[in-house]
Write a protein that binds this ligand. Sequence first.
Ligand code: GLA
Length: 399
Amino acid sequence: MPDLTWLQPADDDATAEALSSRFTARLGRLPDGVWAAPGRVNLIGEHTDYNNGYCLPLALPHRTYAAVSGRDDGILRIGSAQKSHGWEGRVTDIRQGRPAGWPAYVAGVAAIFAERAGAQELGADILVDGHVPLGAGLSSSAALSCAAGLALRDLVPALAELEPADVAAACVRAENEIAGAATGGMDQTIAMRAVDGHLVLLDCQDFSVVPVAWTLPDHEVLVIDTRAHHALADGQYAVRRQTCEVAAAALGVRSLREVTPDQLVEGQVRALLAQIPDGAARVRHVVTENRRVLDLVSALREQDAQTVGELMTSSHSSLRDDYEVSCRELDLAVDAAIDAGAAGARMTGGGFGGSAIALVRREEAELIAEAVVGAFTDQGLEAPHLLEAVPSGPARRLR
Ligand code: GLA
């Protein structure tokens, strides 16, 4: 039997206490508070958010924590419990690529908020402690920006009126404009607006959210972090997004959200898409994926685990064959989980590595996990890490 590594969430109180002490040891005073924001898995609806479509994420109990004290001198100091390097500078100095790396997700949201609060005044000392696995496609970056963003909202009087949706929107802009990643908004929205015990049906046309109950008590969502991360991923994400935008323009619609599955077979639509490299396949993924999200929500309401599983698996095939964002490790995780008895499985998140998810009977979760890990070690690949996707609550202040 292979050894299984289950990644458990951190205990909120103990982590907040320890982080607070660490902050005090480094800076000589207590933080004003400690905030936490969750990572996520998306049950279905991948690469639809930037096409104004649907997705169905849930917040994980795995969170990123931030101990924060406000300052009123326009200075930001960012440190991490995990990383040796942080960043210190003036809020007025923040721009795309500066700072680089992980501090951009914290500095970015400060820079966006400074438009409202004033870059000479807004500042903070921020120490973060990440318990969302990094590079696993579970949105550790949105957890980071949302924990910092919520802290600033709570500490800076000029931001006090902002709603969770406004904080999420600022974090999306921080990621797009400062960190330089053209992502779509699903991750920040679920981090800020998750509903404990529920999935969230997110309509990215207007970012409205509808809580969807988990109606399958005998089943759980097993997360398989393949620990694979392939280079070029970020560039490929931008290329996919651009192809979608070019296709929408060619079809004369504001976004691919407006295209129906029936239209895909119309001669004129096919002719227009044939002129765009990979256009037909990419659009087919987005259009059919939007439909699968709504079908899966109906299947969940009918407590139909089999259909939920089948929709997850067809989503994976579409991402693998039409959208071409899967990879060997993700395909292996999906195939091995299904062979071992999962009702369905798919990659989750942006792709090119990261995590897959499988719908499994609770009583079979351990066995299926063993089979997946066994399949990886048989092929000489590093053993995946495992998490249980317990639908959890949104970003919040802990103390
Ligand atoms: C990444 C992005 C999201 C979304 C997914 C794909 O996680 O951050 O905005 O586009 O990829 O569904």
